[in-house]
Write a protein that binds this ligand. Sequence first.
Ligand SMILES: C[S@@+](CC[C@H](N)C(=O)[O-])C[C@H]1O[C@@H](n2cnc3c(N)ncnc32)[C@H](O)[C@@H]1O
Length: 290
Amino acid sequence: MSSGTSKRSEKKKKNKKPTPAKGWRTAETADRHELYELSVQNVDAEVDLVQQFFADLGEGACQRVREDFCGTGQFSAAWAASEENRSAIGIDLDQEVLEWGRERLANRLNEEAQSRVTLLEGDVLEVGGDNVDAVLATNFSYYLFKTRSELKAYFEAARKHLRPGGIFIMDAYGGSESFEEQEEERDLDGFTYVWDQNHYNPITGDVINHIHFRFPDGTELNKAFTYEWRLWTLPELQELLIEAGFSTSQVYWEGTIEEGEDEGEGDGEFKQTRVGEACQGWIAYLVAQP
Ligand SMILES: C[S@@+](CC[C@H](N)C(=O)[O-])C[C@H]1O[C@@H](n2cnc3c(N)ncnc32)[C@H](O)[C@@H]1O
C-alpha cells in the first residue's frame, strides 16, 4: 500500500458498539475507568492475539501471563476467563485503579477463576515473582520510559520474568499522523471518546496525549487520562530489545480492509512481516524471545 493510506486503528478499540443509548451518561455520573475500558480496550481480541503469538513463537503452553501496567486488570481477568488452566498477575503503580479492578473481578469471573488473578501494586521495574510464559506491556504504557537506558532497563526486567521459551509482547503505534497535534473523536455508547495528541516535540520525541470523554448533555471529562510519553519507533524498539538480551524480536503488522465503508482501516488481523506500510496511523505488535 502506498504512502498516505489511512489505516486508522484508533487508540485502540475497533469493534463497533451498538447505537448509543444517548443521554444517560454525563460527566457527573460517568466512571472514567469504565469509559476507558469501553473506548480503549478490546481484551478478548488481545487474548486471541496472545494465543496466536505464542503458537507462532513460544514453546510449550501459554498459561501464566504477567500484565505489566495492568490498570484495571481487564486483560488479566479475560485471560483467566478464557481457559481453566490460565492465570495472570497484573502489576500497576496506581492503587486507585487497582482497587477499581479488584472490585470488578467478582463481576467478571467466578470465584475459582478469581483465584487465578492477582492484581499487585508496585513498580514493573521492581516487582518480581515466579517466571511466566508471557509478559505483556500493552496500550503503549512502556512509552513512559523516555530514554534508551530507562527503556533498556525495563526490557531487561521483562526478560528476566520469562521462563525459557516464553515471549514478551508489546504494542506500538505510529504513522505520519502520530507526529501531528490533533484530536480524533469516536462516538460510543452514550459518550464520545476523544484521543487528543496535544503536544509533540520533534527534538526529544516527547508527546503529551490526553483522553477526554464528552457527553450528549454537553458536559465533558476533560483530561480524564494524560500520558507523557516518548514516541518510540519500531527500529529503535527492536534494537533496544536485542541490546536488552532478547535473541529475536518480530513485528506483527495489521492487515487492511480492502473495500466497503471501512476501506483502508485496520482489519484486526496481525501477521509477522519485515515490511510495513507508510500509513497515516498504525498499531503493531512486537514479540520478543529471550
Ligand atoms: C496507558 S495505562 C494502561 C492500562 C492498561 N494496561 C491498558 O492496557 O489499558 C498505563 C498504566 O501504567 C501504570 N504505570 C505507570 N508507570 C508504572 C510503573 N513504573 N509500574 C507499574 N505501573 C505503572 C499507570 O498507573 C497506568 O495504570
